[in-house]
Design a binder for this molecule. Structure first.
Ligand SMILES: [Ca+2]
Ligand SMILES: [Ca+2]
Ligand SMILES: [Ca+2]
Length: 196
């Protein structure tokens, strides 16, 4: 059906953070395809750091980022907490299914994630990485409602700003069939059939 094929289309660009590719196990960027930096020093993309695994694909984001990148500066006392966002064309009043994976950084207790969709706080999550030898991805799913033509989907680190913590990966946003679709379909369904 036309309605549902369109309704299931992925609305995010690079929600899996597989772009850009780079040499080494991590790198920092001012922006990456689809995503902009709202606050903090940089967008940090990781790829097999310490042998850890992504939720999907090869790469993920550490939202407590880094000021200087690999090989630059010291790792003590840097501020890393960052927020990234993507602006999405949305239908006012439209409902969307948001899914994402969140993992603590192994060995780090304080991992805190804030998720916002426009002005709406979708979730505030905490996870501890104490005792973990690898990532521990948990998948979250929320129905969110848009209130404007363009909605900003934002992921922010709320952990202690020390360059360590709060991994995200595998983000997806798809439209749910809403009043607009029902408005077209319902009259058709409710029209009485004529008798011959
Ligand atoms: Ca990924
Ligand atoms: Ca970092
Ligand atoms: Ca931190």
């Amino acid at each position: 059906m036309l309605c549902c094929a369109a309704a299931n289309a992925e609305l995010l660009v690079n929600g899996d953070f597989e772009d850009p590719t780079f040499n080494g196990s991590w790198q920092i960027f001012d922006s990456i395809p689809g995503w902009q930096l709202d606050s903090g020093p940089s967008i940090e993309v990781q790829h097999g750091v310490n042998g850890w695994t992504a939720y999907s694909g090869e790469q993920w984001i550490e939202l407590d980022s880094d000021e200087n990148g690999p090989g630059g500066g010291s790792f003590g006392g840097e501020q890393g907490s960052s927020a990234i966002s993507q602006d999405i064309d949305t239908e006012p009043g439209g409902q969307y299914l948001l899914t994402f994976a969140f993992s603590p950084r192994p060995g780090v207790n304080d991992n805190r994630l804030l998720v916002e969709f426009g002005d709406e706080v979708v979730a505030e999550l905490f996870a501890s990485g104490i005792g973990l030898g690898n990532t521990n991805w948990q998948v979250f799913e929320f129905v969110v409602t848009s209130s404007s033509d363009i909605t900003s989907l934002r992921f922010s680190d709320l952990s202690q700003s020390n360059t360590l913590g709060t991994f995200i990966d595998g983000i997806s946003l798809t439209a749910l069939p809403g009043p607009a679709v029902l408005g077209v379909l319902l009259p058709l369904l409710l029209t009485p059939r004529r008798r011959r």
